[in-house]
Design a protein around this ligand. Structure first.
Ligand SMILES: [Zn+2]
Length: 409
């Protein structure tokens, strides 16, 4: 059992409770969260570790959406236009995948721990990131991804998907949880989606998909036109979209833990359908900016659970969640800073954990003891400013506990 005491304890519970001079008692799970006075009454003082001046304890961050297999990209891919970026991914895919060695992926996962991330949703297209995810101390929800729109390929793609999923299931443990991803409505055949989602329902797996990421996607799905017209004609000799947004969303009924990534082009009807499905929206603002997609309107989705993700290094320069949150903080100018700061920290912890179906993301009794600790650069005068101060001044943490174990020691 361990006891940590900090100047500020951010629980990220439903009420966003902040405890000034707080302490947390935990082993693998959290036992007690209270003021230092109350904790001292119950436990011997010599067991309590003070985390230093201006210290903050909060739940570890949950990066719900990352593509580790693309982490070799630095300057290879073209940014600034979604369809051109996609062409550049296809052109350079082989080279990037080859460069993303186990060593490189291990190093990125280690950086994530140092940056305060304790759980990730890893979207895997090929399974090449699996060993790194199994070895890592991070909680990994490992999404085997289905992709392919050619009707004559469905049987082969389905067999291949089942094989990859089977391997991930064979490696399942308390920190490595197999899950299912559908790439997107424009890239995955409806029949393949139907079969794969039946597996997800049967095995009660977490499901995620990209949805309404770009204007090109919206134009293609609704009108079979726009920038994607040439892409599909050139690449796949396909002239008509295989699905419409509403029909695609309809396929996801009765999935318990479901999320849609991006949704920047989703209209009110589609958002209402996402709400009805009980799904979360995953916000990846850096990726949206780099591919010149629009900014997610957080005012439109106030009644839909929100989570945060960095997306892969194929459309980001870092997998650091604090940097992602900071950019989002400066992007969504229609919210007051302190209100937005609370919302983003909540989405990056509790919101992410709920999205991935994990028992973490809040400093509450019986949750997994996934805790991070860092120090603000100076004394904070006003408690209301704490979420904003954290977002402005934090990029790295001093301690990352996962299931009660300090993984930075
Ligand atoms: Zn993605």
């Amino acid at each position: 059992m361990q006891i940590l005491h900090a100047n500020w304890l951010l629980t990220c519970d439903e009420n966003f409770t902040i405890i000034k001079n707080g302490a947390i008692v935990f082993d693998e799970k959290i036992i007690l969260v209270d003021s230092i006075e109350n904790v001292k009454k119950k436990y011997p003082i010599e067991n309590i570790k003070y985390m230093g001046e201006n210290s903050v304890l909060m739940p570890g961050l949950v990066n719900t959406h990352v593509h580790l297999e693309f982490c070799a990209n630095k300057t290879t891919l073209s940014y600034g236009n979604f369809v051109q970026w996609l062409f550049s991914v296809i052109q350079n895919r082989e080279e990037l995948i080859e460069k993303a060695t186990e060593e490189l992926i291990d190093a990125e996962l280690k950086k994530m721990l140092q940056n305060g991330t304790t759980s990730i949703g890893a979207i895997s297209s090929y399974g090449f990131d699996m060993n790194s995810c199994i070895k890592s101390p991070l909680n990994v929800v490992y999404f085997t991804e289905a992709l392919g729109s050619k009707a004559e390929m469905i049987d082969t793609l389905f067999l291949d998907f089942k094989e990859k999923l089977k391997i991930s299931e064979a490696n399942k443990n308390s920190r490595f949880i197999p899950a299912i991803a559908i790439h997107s409505p424009y890239s995955t055949h409806p029949f393949l989606i139907r079969e794969i989602l039946n597996i997800a329902r049967e095995k009660e797996m977490v499901v995620s998909t990209h949805f309404q990421e770009s204007v090109a996607e919206n134009d293609w799905l609704n009108y079979s036109s726009g920038e994607f017209e040439y892409f599909f004609k050139d690449m796949l000799d396909q002239h008509i979209s295989l699905t419409k947004p509403i029909a695609f969303l309809h396929q996801f009924k009765n999935i318990k833990n479901l999320s849609f990534t991006h949704c920047v082009q989703a209209n009110k009807k589609e958002l209402a359908q996402i709400k009805e499905l009980g799904a979360s929206i995953i916000h990846c603002p850096n990726s949206n900016r780099l591919l010149n997609n629009s900014i997610l309107n957080l005012s439109y989705i106030e009644d839909i659970p929100l989570a945060m993700g960095t997306d892969g290094l194929s459309s980001n320069h870092t997998l650091n969640m604090f940097e992602e949150i900071r950019n989002a903080f400066f992007m969504h100018t229609n919210f007051k800073p302190n209100i937005l700061a609370r919302k983003l920290l909540q989405a990056a912890t509790n919101g992410g954990a709920n999205t991935l179906g994990l028992n973490t993301g809040a400093l509450i009794k019986n949750k997994d003891a996934d805790i991070i600790c860092f120090n603000l650069p100076d004394t904070l005068n006003n408690q209301e400013d704490l979420p904003t101060a954290i977002i402005l001044h934090t990029s790295k943490v001093n301690h990352t506990y996962i299931k009660g174990k300090n993984e930075l020691l």
